[in-house]
Design a protein around this ligand. Sequence first.
Ligand code: SF4
Ligand code: SF4
Length: 352
Amino acid sequence: MGAGHLTRLEGEMNTCIRCAYCFEKCPVFNERGWDSDGARGKVILSYGLLTGQLKPSKYVADKMFRCTCCRDCIERCPSNVNVIDIVSSARADLVASGFAGETHKQVVENIKKTGNIYGDAEVVSPLKEGETPLFLGCQYLSRPNKTKKYIAILEKLGIHPEVQKEVCCGFPMEILGFKAEFESHKEKFSQFFPHKGAIALCPTCTVFLKEGYGLDAKHVLQVISEKIPEAKLGLKVTYHDPCDFSRGLKIIDEPRKILKKLGVEIVEMKDSKVQSACCGGGGGILMSDPSLSDRIAKNRIRQAIETGADTLITSCPTCEQVLKKAATDVGGSEGKNIAVRNIEDIIWMGVK
Ligand code: SF4
Ligand code: SF4
């Protein structure tokens, strides 16, 4: 077996009482229907890897990498099993045994080579002097217009962010099982970003700056929600809670407070807030199983369309990307349409 990352989790795996509450809303289980696709199955497979009753194989790796890391199972689990820790450790043991996916290897190589997930040396920070450290993250580094908008919003609200040259937070290395690579990247990250606290633009980076580095990181919407002025935009939308927001950071009220202050009416989806349904873009499946990711995203778009709102707002660039594609696909095949926008566009409309 690989590098023994599962060893410290034997007790954690034994706390699973096999109740299957985690099946209820697991987006992967709901699409594929096998016990081994839900959290319970993944815990059992991981235990098999740990004891050696199960040999590392492509079959097991495919199962373990089919997880969006949405945290829904953790939220429902009566035994508080840390499924994400188990899945990422099982992935690490599988990677150490030679079962890393090619697309995942490429992302890790890209980070090592250029500091960002795209392997693009042209993706650079818009350097800016200021008072409060701002961490953009790869997704916003590659979307300069969105970043400019957030910076302009913060300036309008009297907050002066400082932007320095940065490298990826390393979360993709950690979640895709490249733990040794992450350990050496960690040092590099801390040299580029030597702060104790920060405002971050991406929900996933915010969670990881807190959990992976112990930084006092706040998501930009937490900061904006304290200062947002009133406006009368008169829109009616539905709001998609990104998993790392509502379950990772427990940020549920802030985006709603911002939208309401701006005069935007929210019609909630069937699964919202802490029970938000995943968009299908997390955990690496966007790269390793895009068809599964698409199916999950389309399920979410159908829920959004059911609300009757003509616009879906989200606060994560990955959610926005996959939901936009799903909205186009559903519009084309089912004739029902909804626009997908990121919350910074709406905030900008209200404060500019
Ligand atoms: S994290 Fe999400 S996708 Fe992964 S097993 Fe749990 S509920 Fe399923
Ligand atoms: S909900 Fe928790 S305890 Fe129950 S089967 Fe799933 S992982 Fe195990």
